[in-house]
Design a protein around this ligand. Structure first.
Ligand code: NAP
Length: 276
């Protein structure tokens, strides 16, 4: 089949040209948005995508909380801006995405990472705890994806990476979180089906236990020190260690790369071993 059969397709060797691979046709760096990037996995991902050559919008509830991530990227020679928005609020999402498009160019990479926990056993779980978790993870990812896809469709290019979790397979005390993270996998597959024709991929990364403030809070809720909690979990992981934020950022970097263009609708568990 000749290349003229698919005029929108780049020549094969174009994907091998590193580090220019994260540049658009006009040689501008691709703009990426990482939500919940003030700390934890989001911050590591923002730093990694910047190191990959992207201009990164570091988005979190409070723009001021993003400064450390932005400063780290800038100090390393990258480009980043801080953006404040609650991903579960449509008006804030629209304002944030417009600001990113204006400052960094059309966002064609989106990492839906923002998350919260409101763990409790079912009989003690309040409706507010249910709604908050579903709202940040699922509604937030829906709103962000809906807003950003306009730019991706215009550019005929996009990479969406959604944060699922090993808890999607079920986890005691996490009816809300487990439902949200399983929902992220369904959302991912549907985005992949709807948006594939525009050169957009959608994939999910599902971490196991990663050392962040989120898992530190879980240890506190269980009445354990974070060290004891990590040691207990590590003993059950085939890799015999808990995960680090850079382990997750690496998988996201791969899925957000240009060369991952034929991988879509997939869920990659980053858990130091298989899960069932
Ligand atoms: P984290 O350290 O708690 O960071 C989450 C970030 O999301 C925080 O900066 C938080 O801001 C922000 N955020 C919360 N609600 C938001 C909203 N409505 N709008 C914008 N930003 C919001 O969490 P993490 O451990 O890095 O986890 C990151 C993602 O990975 C989450 O989706 C989580 O479910 C998933 N995950 C984590 C693990 C793990 O073991 N850590 C495992 C599987 C999946 P504030 O600080 O202001 O609240």
């Amino acid at each position: 089949m000749s290349q003229t059969d698919h005029p929108e397709q780049e020549p094969q060797d174009a994907i091998l040209k590193l580090p220019a691979e994260q540049k658009m046709q006009d040689n501008q760096p691709r703009a990426a948005i990482v939500t919940g990037a003030a700390r934890g996995i989001g911050a590591a991902t923002a730093r990694r995508l910047a190191a990959d050559g992207m201009a990164v919008a570091v988005l979190d509830l409070d723009a001021g909380s993003c400064n450390a991530t932005v400063d780290a990227i800038t100090a390393a020679g990258g480009r980043a801006i801080a953006v404040g928005a609650d991903v579960s609020q449509d008006d804030q999402v629209e304002t944030a995405v417009s600001a990113v498009a204006q400052e960094l160019g059309p966002p064609t990479v989106l990492v839906n990472n923002a998350g919260v926990l409101r763990d409790n056993l079912l009989f003690k779980m309040s409706e507010a705890d249910w709604d908050t978790v579903l709202s940040v993870h699922l509604r937030g990812s829906f709103l962000m994806s809906r807003s950003v896809q306009k730019h991706m469709v215009d550019q005929r290019y996009g990479r969406i990476v959604n944060l699922s979790s090993s808890s999607a397979l079920g986890n005691r005390g996490q009816a809300n979180y487990s439902a949200a993270k399983a929902g992220m996998q369904g959302l991912t597959k549907t985005l992949a089906i709807e948006l594939g024709q525009f050169g957009i991929t959608a994939n999910a990364v599902a971490p196991g236990f990663i050392a962040t403030d989120m898992t530190a809070a879980t240890a506190a809720r269980l009445g354990m020190t974070f060290e004891d909690f990590q040691a207990r979990v590590a003993s059950q992981v085939p890799a015999r260690r808990i995960g680090e934020v850079d382990d997750v950022a690496h998988a996201i970097s791969f899925l957000a790369s240009e060369g991952a263009r034929y991988i879509s609708g997939q869920v990659i568990y980053v858990a130091g071993g298989p899960l069932c």
